[in-house]
Design a protein around this ligand. Structure first.
Ligand SMILES: [Zn+2]
Length: 436
């Protein structure tokens, strides 16, 4: 492995993005820099402690130094209200660069080798999720729904993550927010967000070196054409209810001997044998009508060999060539799509990132800026897991991620560290770890 991707390098990338945010401070509000607001909010997500900055303010008063400055580069710590005023006017588009700079470093240093699936292409999962809903609190970027006479304000985000079959860690890429767009009357939706993401970011990847994974909501002709036009492969869930023409064709072909390829593979899962049956056909119309695009279709059915019980079934449409070699890889990749839900959204929602904390919702962009900083904190942690042997050793020794963050909170509250590396070295020494 050439180099490791360091915390300092990642933080530098975030800092440079914050320094490029155009000045919006006026009058009495110029005491604190936007950079301090951004890095301060980031530090709270990174340490997973809502009171991190309050503790560092106390340390500054007692010792004239603090960990917010030494670890995260926060020169002067703004209070929560000031933080809100600094960050609310900042469009989250200003924070896109760190995602791509870190992705570039990971790729260059060889850390993404496991994320290359079918045909050597990276697997990139795209999926939407809600991260805020209220009947009272709202901002101009809220999506508004009326249900049974009640008004709901919500925020949704289209997350983009690199996934690898059989691999726990997902790599967060730049997200796209689902929010009212300038010049459009209609409310925004996930289908529009995915198109914007593709148009904006496809150029970042070498031609045909990325496979986009989505659920059934997106597996229709317009997105297929957009992806192919941008030289991106796809593997998208294909349900019968939403692809009637395609399944009619598959049904007709089923009656023609040899038209549908079939293969069954026996697989030992550690406890019992599974029978994995693949069926596939190339060049079937994705929809009815003369101008239909032709796609490749496949499905997998897994049954337990001894009982005959069905364990899993799914079907996809794909741009990848299907044969006995690629078929299992395509199915593995398609199955890895759920990681965007399981390894990404669940971790963000339930694993202590303290989203929204006490900064509130804001009147402009606060909610989206905070989520972006939270995603970056999650990305930093993942990258350290991949590339930093000290971090790996400590996390492994401490077991539950909660223990690690409990310790991080306590250590940074009582002790001063000159740098993140010194903090990790301290933990390794006290735990008597010798990372390789
Ligand atoms: Zn809002």
């Amino acid at each position: 492995m050439a180099n490791r991707v360091t915390f300092q390098a990642m933080l530098g990338s975030l800092r440079r993005s914050l320094e490029r945010v155009p000045e919006h401070r006026t009058g009495r509000n110029i005491q604190y820099e936007i950079v301090d607001g951004g890095l301060g909010a980031f530090s709270v997500f990174y340490v997973q402690s809502p009171s991190f900055l309050a503790h560092q303010r106390h340390m500054e008063q007692r010792q004239g130094r603090n960990n917010a400055r030494s670890l995260f580069g926060v020169e002067a710590i703004p209070c929560d209200g000031q933080m809100r005023n600094l960050l609310d006017p900042v469009p989250p588009s200003h924070l896109r660069a760190p995602f791509w700079e870190i992705y570039g470093e990971l790729e260059t240093c060889g850390y993404l080798a496991d994320y290359h699936g079918v045909g050597g292409a990276l697997l990139c999962s795209l999926d939407g999720t809600g991260y805020f809903i209220s009947q009272k609190i709202h901002c101009p970027n809220c999506t508004v729904h009326v249900r049974e006479g009640e008004t709901y304000y919500s925020h949704m985000v289209l997350a983009a993550v690199l996934v690898a079959p059989g691999y726990e860690h997902v790599i967060a890429l730049e997200p796209e927010f689902i929010a009212p767009q300038d010049g459009h009357d209609k409310q925004d939706c996930e289908q529009q967000a995915i198109k914007r993401w593709v148009k904006r970011n496809a150029w970042r990847f070498a031609p045909w070196q990325v496979t986009i994974l989505t659920d059934d909501l997106h597996s229709h002709q317009p997105l297929c054409e957009l992806l192919l036009g941008h030289k991106l492969h796809f593997i998208m869930t294909c349900r019968e209810e939403s692809h009637q023409a395609l399944y009619q064709e598959v049904g007709l072909l089923t009656r023609v001997e040899g038209a549908i390829e079939t293969m069954t593979v026996r697989h030992w899962n550690g406890r019992y044998h599974e029978l994995r049956t693949y069926r596939w056909v190339e060049q079937v119309p994705v929809r009815a009508g003369a101008k239909s695009l032709e796609v490749n279709w496949c499905e997998i059915t897994i049954v337990r060999q001894d009982t005959g019980k069905q364990l899993y079934h799914n079907a996809w449409i794909t741009s990848h060539e299907l044969n006995e070699k690629t078929m299992p890889e395509v199915a593995e990749a398609g199955r890895a799509h759920w990681k965007v839900e399981n390894e990404n959204f669940n971790v963000l929602k339930n694993r202590g990132y303290h989203f929204e904390h006490s900064y509130g919702h804001g009147k402009q962009h606060l909610s989206t800026v905070l989520l972006t900083l939270l995603l970056l904190a999650f990305l930093f942690h993942t990258v350290l897991h991949l590339s930093c042997s000290q971090y790996q050793a400590i996390r492994q020794e401490l077991g539950a991620r909660r223990t690690f963050f409990d310790d991080l909170r306590a250590l940074t509250r009582y002790l001063y560290f000159v740098s993140w590396d010194e903090l990790l070295t301290f933990m390794c020494r006290r735990l008597e770890l010798a990372p390789g």
